[in-house]
Design a protein around this ligand. Structure first.
Ligand code: SF4
Ligand code: SF4
Length: 262
């Protein structure tokens, strides 16, 4: 891979993303890719630097931007965490403002406001991992890959599967029993309880936009303060919190969400 300096705006996202530390500052305030260190992400499920570059400035050796699926990515092992963040409400298990949990809140916010949003299941790494310092730790990718494999098996889907965010949440709710959490090193009881608290008591994770009292629809919004979803086309306020949403947001749904939170 190479950087096209005519398009690069020197944002540094790719530098944070490359777990092989192959993207290096040059003398002009920009970056270059060290060909000795870059292995084209052959050991990972996706090519990491390309998916985070919003300027399409990373090119292959033939000078082309490789075509990749840019659907929001979710590691299979991040699905139980996502559901647990939803269920935690504001109980402090996932403190607001921590880099680790804000990407999850971003997805949750998007899910409420854009119910048709899709996710693409991936192995390490995903869009929640952008900028995570743990990515470059030796052996970390291999450890996560094992967890992802366990979750893919449990979910009964293959890496690369694309589905609606609410279908993904419903699937996770059905397929992850309490006994499974130890296998993926989620051992804190309160986190496991957060996972199950997300779900309505009588059914697993149904999403019904016509049901004003739907626990799954409204409950987790308290976890979404100060969240900016992926597509930043307009800004609204929900319960005193500024939230950016895409222009194609379901305005009727949004109005009801705001009303429910008053
Ligand atoms: S992510 Fe793209 S625009 Fe940002 S520094 Fe890297 S190549 Fe440049
Ligand atoms: S292709 Fe992978 S290894 Fe190479 S620079 Fe990009 S993120 Fe780093």
């Amino acid at each position: 891979m190479k950087i096209n300096n005519e398009l690069c705006n020197k944002c540094g996202r790719c530098v944070m993303e490359c777990c092989h530390l192959a993207i290096i500052p040059d003398d002009n305030g920009g970056f270059f890719i060290d060909q000795q260190l870059c292995n084209n992400c052959e050991d990972l499920f996706d090519i990491e630097c390309i998916r985070v570059c919003k300027k399409y400035a990373i090119i292959d050796n033939e000078g082309k931007v490789p075509e990749i699926d840019r659907t929001l990515r979710l590691r299979s092992e991040h699905l139980p965490w996502l559901i647990a963040v939803m269920g935690s409400r504001d109980n402090g298990d996932f403190p607001l403002g921590l880099r680790e949990w804000e990407p999850f809140r971003k997805i949750i916010s998007d899910a409420y406001l854009n119910p048709e949003k899709k996710v693409r299941f991936t192995k390490c790494f995903d869009d929640n991992c952008i900028g995570c310092p743990a990515k470059v730790a030796p052996g970390h990718a291999a450890y996560l890959e094992k967890l992802d494999d366990l979750c893919f098996k449990q979910l009964g889907i293959e890496p690369g599967t694309v589905m609606g965010i609410w279908d993904a949440i419903r699937l996770g709710a059905k397929k992850f029993p309490r006994s499974f959490f130890k296998e993926i090193d989620i051992i804190k009881e309160s986190i496991v309880n957060d996972f199950f608290r997300c779900l309505p008591p009588d059914e697993y994770g149904s999403y019904d936009s016509d049901d004003k009292n739907n626990e799954l629809l409204f409950g987790g919004l308290t976890a979404c303060e100060n969240v900016v979803p992926e597509e930043e086309n307009m800004t609204i306020e929900i319960n005193g919190c500024r939230v950016s949403v895409s222009a194609n947001v379901d305005l009727e749904l949004l109005a009801r969400v705001c009303q429910a939170l008053k």
